[in-house]
Design a protein around this ligand. Structure first.
Ligand code: ADP
Ligand code: MG
Length: 933
């Protein structure tokens, strides 16, 4: 009793043990309540709700046990991948400061080579005599950055950190690295100069590197090159410029944390506040004291630049003023006045709740404004403003009409349209490309249309910079990428839809989502600037002044809007063990609750040790894979279990996006198609794979365009999914989990037809995102069933209307795994795969056997309890033990599970247990669940 009183009084004062954070606090009180209840004589028992039975018939159980015995009795040769083991042990043993000290000893050597210096200098001087080199050099001199060259050189000479702020297009990205390199070479110090400039996106790293080597009249890969994940064209070792993605630099720091191989580091586009640049800035602050000779240059557009200056202890700031022609700002009300456009009424048949809500919000914003400007604008124009779809990119046809209006009424000059993402870009692209209106058809052949998106193949990108031939007008449809990181000279007209896509993270619910939203004032300012590069321009904002008044000043830094699992893992790879302390030092630090959510998830998927929080061997592999750790685990398991092709399809679909598009009003047809393609698997993830298979078959028959058209599929997305699958296979092959880098290789797909196993592997990857369907009601005369379902945190959820499981009435199992939840009208599972309890018991965490009300059970993470004979429980637990051992062995010595060897016995045992699922499906609907119905 003593203890009880103690803990009670402590709790009353809110006096919980120190050091607890986030979820841990919740857990503490939960346990406290439990202890108290126990001491009052209550039992936990009454809380346990037993689910269905997972007992396995003795015959099957015996065969599974036989397999397990064969597995465990086989002599094991303990093999270690020595490199891996060395790196792993090293990670555990050495803390960040020791790590820095070690590399300092190893790499800190003077690179100066006077002979090379001389050679580089001579080469430099003689090249200046070349006509082409000189011409291109002279063209560069017109850029504002080059006009400030000597100030930049002096500032960099005198300071370890310099911040360069300049309007976009003034030549920061292309010129700063060059002028520093040439200065070094000219001063006879070329050999010790190695410049790295980070870019936020793969595509900008490549286009910029290409551009700069052109300006130097060189081939790419001589003094200038690029390096992005899985693709590089590296320049020479010394006297060179490498444009790389921020991710690549972070990865290099895992072996060279003090960046000894770099003499000048340029962090570009830091105003974007991506997670990676924020992390890099935090790391730089730690390493700068150890690298007195390293020169760091931060480059930013004019957005909150003072923040960076403060963060780096008031480092000097250079401002480069670009020549900017005036740009006229027009808002929706002005554009409607000019074009006389009328929006067609309401096209959605069903008034959905989120729509009604949106209309009300829109009304609250626009009505006061309309009252204020009444008289200044035509009443018909003001009426149009009342339509919610009048603003943003709610009406693609309107944007097309505006483009035709510019073509008709305005002098020459390229048009740059900012759209939120890929879908809307291709939507506008096809509207312009295959116009329905007579006006559109008239203008069709005068337009040169370029979609610009980081997913577009880079070969198509260079053409966008070339001026349009006479009589043609260039239309560039771009994401935020053309806002600061890509400059297209001849743009005179900007159409700013005001929409962009961004990630959001709700700490409370632990849900991350990617959603379209309004841009900030800072974005609009940058977008406007893009119209005044060569002459006065016009910026057409597709939103009213009332909307603008609601916009925030600047975007929220990405790190405050993201889940942190991947970041925590990459910090571990840098020997930064405590994410709480380090993340606190960033320019904006995420909340401790967000960090503890991340740590908790990593522990549950066994990437971190559940006790010590240290990296596990599995965690180290997941850290190296450039995708979400859950997805990483899924593809890794698929390599081990030889079911690569279907699982990489699922992972690609989840990491990128669904290949389906849904035209307005066609929702139910698309749903039907998806259902057909799901082949009754009750899995959105396997449906994606079936779709990819269908796509491949249609390709063989040269009918892929028809296949896509008939099934509402995006050809581009499907191709991108195939490319991603290929990337996954290449990565897994590099890490030796595969013997081939081809997704479709037979040996990697021995088990790819076994649906129960595929379900289990998807479950293993998406775990612990589980949901339980408690009731499924089919109301008379209704086609769709109504579900009552909850996720493991107790929140009520629904299958999203676009999920193949939505409205389905018969399931062989009531358990599901999912990747994403989204809150809109309800909390939705955007994707789900039905899994059988046995899969959760084999691949889940916290699996325990126990007895309640005289019944034996097995439970997963104290969440789901399944009736189970003690014999079954014993076999499952033994299997789990060996599986854990095998997985650890595989992590330490990567290789697929051997075929025909003893290792395969374990897969056989797993398969035996899983195989019951499909056949004994009905048994899984437990009696108490039926009572509910
Ligand atoms: P900043 O980084 O300051 O925004 P950049 O260095 O990217 O400016 O661009 C400087 C100039 O070089 C711009 O005028 C731009 O139009 C031009 N430029 C950049 N990349 C290319 C390219 N691939 N082709 C043609 N011109 C380019
Ligand atoms: Mg730039």
């Amino acid at each position: 009793m003593q203890r009880d009183e103690n803990s009670q009084s402590r709790a009353r004062k809110g006096n919980r043990p120190p050091g607890l954070r986030g979820k841990e606090i919740g857990m503490y009180y939960k346990n406290l309540a439990k202890t108290r209840k126990k001491e009052r004589g209550d039992t936990d028992d009454e809380k346990i709700r037993l689910g269905c039975s997972v007992s396995v018939p003795t015959v099957v159980l015996d065969r599974a046990q036989e397999c397990i015995d064969k597995f465990k009795n086989a002599p094991v040769e303990e093999r270690l991948d020595e490199n891996f083991d060395r790196q792993f042990q090293h990670l555990l043993r050495v803390n960040f400061n020791e790590f820095l000290a070690e590399t300092k000893e190893k790499y800190d050597v003077d690179l100066t080579n006077t002979k090379l210096d001389e050679m580089l200098l001579n080469q430099f001087l003689s090249r200046l005599e070349n006509e082409q080199v000189r011409q291109r050099y002279e063209a560069r001199l017109k850029l504002p950055t080059m006009q400030n060259a000597s100030d930049i050189i002096d500032a960099v000479d005198a300071n370890p950190v310099v911040l360069i702020v300049g309007s976009t297009g003034c030549g920061k990205t292309t010129q700063v690295p060059q002028l520093l390199l040439d200065n070094c070479i000219a001063k006879g110090r070329g050999s010790s100069c190695r410049i790295v400039c980070t870019q936020p996106r793969r595509i900008s790293a490549i286009t910029v590197a290409e551009r700069v080597s052109y300006e130097r009249a060189e081939k790419l890969g001589v003094s200038v090159g690029y390096q992005i994940r899985l693709e590089s064209c590296k320049p020479r070792e010394r006297a060179s410029i490498t444009y790389c993605t921020t991710g690549v630099l972070l990865q290099q720091m895992q072996s060279d944390p003090l960046l000894h191989s770099v003499s000048v580091l340029i962090l570009d586009e830091i105003h974007e506040r991506s997670v990676e640049t924020d992390l890099l800035m935090g790391l730089l602050k730690k390493i700068l004291p150890h690298r007195p000779c390293l020169k760091v240059i931060l480059m930013s557009a004019t957005v909150r630049e003072q923040d960076f200056c403060n963060y780096f202890d008031n480092c000097p700031m250079l401002r480069i003023e670009g020549v900017m022609y005036p740009v006229e700002m027009l808002y929706l009300e002005d554009i409607l006045t000019l074009t006389g456009h009328r929006f067609s009424q309401q096209r959605e048949r069903r008034q959905r709740r989120d729509r009604i809500e949106r209309e009300m919000q829109h009304k609250a914003m626009i009505e006061p404004y309309i009252r204020r400007v009444r008289g200044k604008y035509d009443d018909r124009v003001l009426d149009q403003l009342r339509f919610p779809e009048s603003e943003g990119c709610g009406d693609i046809e309107f944007i097309a009409q505006l483009i035709y209006y510019i073509c008709e009424m305005k002098p020459d000059g390229a048009i740059l349209v900012f759209m939120p993402g890929y879908d809307k870009i291709s939507n506008l692209h096809s509207t312009l490309d295959k116009p329905k209106s007579p006006k559109g058809q008239r203008w069709r052949n005068n337009l040169l249309i370029f979609p610009l998106h980081s997913m577009m193949p880079s070969a198509e990108q260079q053409a966008v910079f070339r001026p349009a031939p006479p009589g043609k007008r260039k239309v560039i449809i771009s994401t935020i990428i053309a806002e600061t990181s890509v400059t297209i000279e001849d743009v005179v007209y900007v159409i700013n839809t005001g929409r962009t896509k961004s990630t959001n993270y709700d700490i409370e619910t632990n849900i991350q989502s990617l959603e379209e939203e309004w841009v900030t004032l800072a974005n609009t300012q940058q977008r406007k600037g893009r119209a005044g590069r060569v002459q006065p321009g016009v910026c057409f904002n597709l939103f009213s002044r009332a909307r603008e008044a609601c916009m925030s000043e600047v975007p929220t830094p990405e790190i405050l809007r993201s889940k942190l699992e991947s970041i925590i893992l990459s910090l571990k790879m840098l020997h930064i063990d405590d994410p709480y302390t380090f993340l606190q030092t960033l320019i904006n630090s995420p909340q401790p609750e967000a960090i503890s959510h991340g740590v908790a998830l990593l522990k549950r998927i066994e990437a971190l040790d559940s006790q010590s929080g240290q990296l596990t061997p599995l965690g180290m592999h997941l850290a190296k894979l450039p995708i979400d750790p859950q997805m990483g685990k899924m593809i890794l398991m698929s390599a081990l279990f030889r079911c690569l092709d279907p699982i990489t399809s699922a992972a690609a679909g989840l990491s990128y996006k669904s290949p389906f598009y849904t035209p307005l009003g066609q929702e139910s047809r698309v749903d039907q198609i998806k259902r057909k393609l799901s082949l009754n698997t009750r899995s959105d993830h396997l449906m994606i794979h079936n779709t990819i298979c269908g796509f491949r078959q249609s390709k063989e028959a040269h009918r892929e365009r028809n296949f896509c058209y008939d099934n509402f599929l995006s050809f581009m997305t499907l191709q991108q999914l195939e490319r991603m699958k290929q990337q996954f296979a290449e990565l897994l092959n590099n890490y030796k989990f595969l013997t081939s880098s081809n997704c479709k290789q037979d040996t990697s797909n021995v088990n790819s037809e076994k649906i129960p196993l595929l379900r289990a592997i998807i479950g293993a990857g998406l775990y612990p995102n589980m949901a339980h369907l408690r009731k499924c009601r089919q109301i008379k005369n209704r086609v769709r069933a109504i579900h009552s379902m909850a996720t493991d945190d107790g929140r009520r959820v629904q299958f999203h209307p676009s999920s193949v499981n939505n409205g389905e009435s018969s399931f062989d199992s009531d358990y599901f795994v999912y990747f994403q939840r989204r809150q809109s009208e309800a909390l939705y599972l955007l994707d789900a795969t039905m899994v059988f309890p046995m899969a959760l018991l084999i691949f889940g965490d916290g699996v325990e056997a126990g007895v309640t009300q005289n019944k034996h059970y097995l439970c997963v993470a104290k969440t789901y309890y399944f009736k189970c004979t003690p014999e079954t429980a014993a076999v499952v637990l033994e299997l789990r033990k060996h599986l854990a051992g095998l997985l650890l062995r595989k992590a330490l010595y990567p290789a697929p599970i051997e075929q025909n060897g003893h290792e395969e016995q374990l897969i056989k045992a797993i398969e035996l247990l899983l195989s019951l699922d499909d056949k004994l499906g009905e048994d899984y609907i437990s009696s108490d669940e039926i009572d509910d119905i």
